[in-house]
Design a protein around this ligand. Structure first.
Ligand code: A3P
Length: 320
């Protein structure tokens, strides 16, 4: 269901005509826009989002690098900010029936996709949206209002492996698979969905240091290691800290249980459902492990990627 050229705005058509392009991982080309690689369909969504999104002070925006655990954090954030009206223990919790991607939609991939401009003003606060956009491409209102940004990233080696599996699930059968070598080389050269990966992380990292009340920087590995600790920090950041009573009732634990890989991936909706953009919900759940790259990378691949990471992240404490 890719856009026909005629459906693109003039702005998007001229960008496509004038931007650097590379063959993407799935079907469409990737175009270099404001320093990051975007597939053509998404590019239209990015432009429409930049032109039309009006942030509110109470908005919470989940920004991530693709395959860093977005689905997990979408679910957790949704359960967290709605817990007063929707008990995470409830048998009718929306997460039991709907994909996290439908409850917390991507701005450029869903809300504004195909140049649609829906009315978002009637949505109750806090509105929670997500995006893969790099910091520098966020709609201006997001940077200028008091809206909060939660950023999630992941070890580049695990991100690359996860993206490779995901791309292969999305490729039509007749196209065959993209080899790990080809995908890896593209990733290292920065030619990946919203890549270069390292620049994406660094931009948010720098801004989170400058403005910690505005941007909450989180790593997948940390969330795995100390989920309760980080969920509580996240609740404070989102201005909905857990009360003493909730602590005693174990509400944070309930949210984690609801949003765990095992629970979400075994739900009917996530096993057999599909997103309106065409992806099968199950393609967002693979293993959910830390360090799975060890099963795929050769020593020379490890060396190449570690070198890039060392050079790019030099001087930060954002290791790997
Ligand atoms: P793997 O491919 O390494 O298993 P995204 O949601 O950003 O597309 O990222 C997908 C990655 O997050 C996949 O990683 C997926 O398995 C993992 N994931 C999905 N749901 C998760 C959950 N509830 N807990 C932990 N990891 C999860």
């Amino acid at each position: 269901t890719y856009l026909q050229e005629d459906d693109l705005t003039q702005e998007c058509k001229s960008l496509i005509a004038s931007s650097a392009k590379e063959q993407g991982w799935v079907l469409s080309y990737l175009y270099l826009y404001q320093g990051f690689w975007q597939p053509s369909r998404q590019l239209q969504g990015v432009l429409t989002c930049q032109n039309h999104f009006n942030a509110r002070n109470t908005d919470i925006i989940l920004a991530t690098t693709p395959k860093s655990g977005t689905t997990w954090l979408k679910a957790s954030l949704y359960a967290l900010v709605n817990r007063a009206s929707q008990s995470p223990r409830g048998l009718d919790h929306p997460l039991l029936k709907s994909s996290p991607h439908d409850l917390v939609p991507f701005l450029e991939l869903k809300v504004y996709v195909d140049h649609q401009v829906p009315d978002l003003t009637t949505l109750p606060s806090p509105r929670v949206f997500s995006t893969h956009l790099p910091f520098g491409s966020l709609p201006i209102s997001m940077r200028e209002t008091g809206c909060k940004i939660v950023y999630l990233c992941r070890d580049p080696k695990d991100t690359c492996i996860s993206l490779w599996h995901f791309a292969n699930k999305l490729r039509p059968q007749h196209k065959g698979k993209i080899s790990l070598e080809e995908a890896f080389d593209k990733f290292c050269r920065g030619v990946s969905l919203n890549g270069p990966f390292w620049d994406h992380v660094l931009e948010y990292w720098k801004h989170s240091l400058e403005n910690p009340g505005k941007i909450f920087f989180l790593k997948y590995e940390d969330l795995k290691e100390k989920p309760i600790f980080h969920l509580k920090r996240l609740a404070e950041f989102c201005a909905c800290p857990f009360s003493k009573k909730e602590e005693n009732q174990g509400v944070a634990e309930d949210i984690l249980k609801l949003c765990s890989f095992d629970n979400l991936s075994n739900l009917e909706v996530n096993k057999n459902g599909k997103l309106s953009s065409g992806e099968e919900n199950r393609s967002f759940f693979r293993k959910g492990d830390v360090g799975d790259w060890i099963n795929y990378f050769s020593p020379s691949m490890i060396e190449r990627m570690d070198k890039i990471t060392r050079e790019k992240f030099k001087g930060t404490t954002t290791k790997k």
